[in-house]
Design a protein around this ligand. Sequence first.
Ligand code: MLT
Length: 202
Amino acid sequence: MKHIFEVGSDPAAPVLLLLHGTGGTERDLIGIAKHIDATASILSVRGNVLENGMPRFFRRLAEGVFDIEDLKFRTAELKDFIDEAAVQYGFDRSKVIAIGYSNGANIAASLLFHYEDALLGASLHHPMVPLRDINLPDLTGKNVFIAAGDNDPICVPQETEELTSLLQGAGANVELIWEQHGHQLTRSELEKAKQWYEHNFK
Ligand code: MLT
């Protein structure tokens, strides 16, 4: 997959896996990652699917209607890519924390829904429930941060609550925060994500 890897100054720090929103690129979240942890290594990936020229991490049939077969295939593809990148760049595979926005948050959530050990933790910004009718793996003790907008037309509050309870039901420690905004990333949610990260991983 097209990506950027930047080795961090602290070899003991987590590796931040950056997953952009629809129409984004692997460059979008680099500044945010550096704000959250300037010492961490960064693995930032571009989604392999194109929708009218816009990169995404999996196909959708319509706004909010996901192509579940493609989502499953792309989730496995991303997991394999992280495994291979860990070998290629020599980072600790067990220390990967996803930071995902929108479509990138949705594939990060799908990694959590499919694999016990794909991620050490995840900061999900405006995620949806990636898929239903799946038994989640044991996520006991896994730290997940969710930032949602109480006026988000793409991800309605009820869906955020559903995602939170599915993850909690699998044992994850979920910190959910609400912004009085829509689908956009806000400065205040990034500050809260940084606090969550420092509290749990520093
Ligand atoms: C998705 O398709 O993953 C969600 O609708 C979010 C987005 O617009 O990318």
